[in-house]
Design a protein around this ligand. Structure first.
Ligand code: ITT
Ligand code: NA
Length: 199
């Protein structure tokens, strides 16, 4: 059976396909780009969970198929959790990963290493066309570098060094990142729920 991946972020789609396949999900995973006629949802929620549910419900309603969505971001301790749900548009240019990362580094230029704690957060939502919904959250804790390193992953990966690691997320292999990531944790937690509700 089909399961819609309610996202247009190619970095997320690549990771979700690997995470869900590794967790043994055998559904036919179809990205939101297969439905260009469905407009993007306005992310009006104030939490990752609310925004993930908005995206999952919109695609489930419009397609009549079950949908999963990911809302995620980087939460910086010294910024009180910002950029948080605004991570994709921190610079004002939605989805411009490099501009977002450069602005954040500039904002943290005076912050010493011991105060550069942060985490990635991910809310994984499942919505069915009948309105049934579930959310599972995940986190990856680490510290922020002063300069980007690595070319893997996407978004803020070149500046987040996970706890216990000497490399940034962008220097990990895809499998290494997925094994410890906020997205891996959230979606591995959602898989049994998908199985329970969809079979
Ligand atoms: P969709 O709404 O279509 O899923 P989006 O990119 O707008 O795509 P979000 O609003 O959830 O999605 O924004 C997530 C942003 O958080 C993303 O653009 C990255 O900058 C950052 N982010 C999320 N997960 C990340 C990860 O694993 N590594 C690095 N940055 C990440
Ligand atoms: Na968002």
């Amino acid at each position: 059976t089909r399961l819609i991946l309610a996202t247009r972020n190619t970095g997320k789609i690549t990771e979700l396909r690997a995470i869900l396949a590794d967790a043994g999900l055998t559904h036919d995973l179809v990205g939101a780009d297969a439905y260009p006629e469905i407009p993007d949802v306005r992310e009006t929620g104030v939490t990752f969970a609310e925004n993930a549910l908005l995206k999952a419900h919109a695609l489930a309603r419009a397609t009549g198929l079950p949908a999963v969505a990911d809302d995620s971001g980087l939460c910086v301790d010294v910024l009180g959790g910002a950029p948080g749900i605004l991570s994709a548009r921190w610079s004002g240019r939605h989805g411009d990963d490099r501009a977002n990362l450069d602005l954040l580094l500039a904002q943290l230029s005076d912050i010493s290493p011991e105060h550069r704690g942060a985490h990635f957060a991910c809310a994984a939502a499942l919505a069915l066309p009948d309105g049934t919904e579930r959310v599972v959250e995940g986190r990856l804790r680490g510290t922020l570098r002063t300069a980007p390193a690595g070319s893997g992953g996407f978004g803020y990966d070149p500046i987040l060094q996970p706890e216990g690691e000497t490399r940034t997320c962008a220097e990990l292999t895809a499998d290494e990142k997925n094994a410890i990531s906020h997205r891996g944790e959230a979606f591995r937690g959602l898989v049994p729920v998908v199985r329970e509700l969809l079979g």
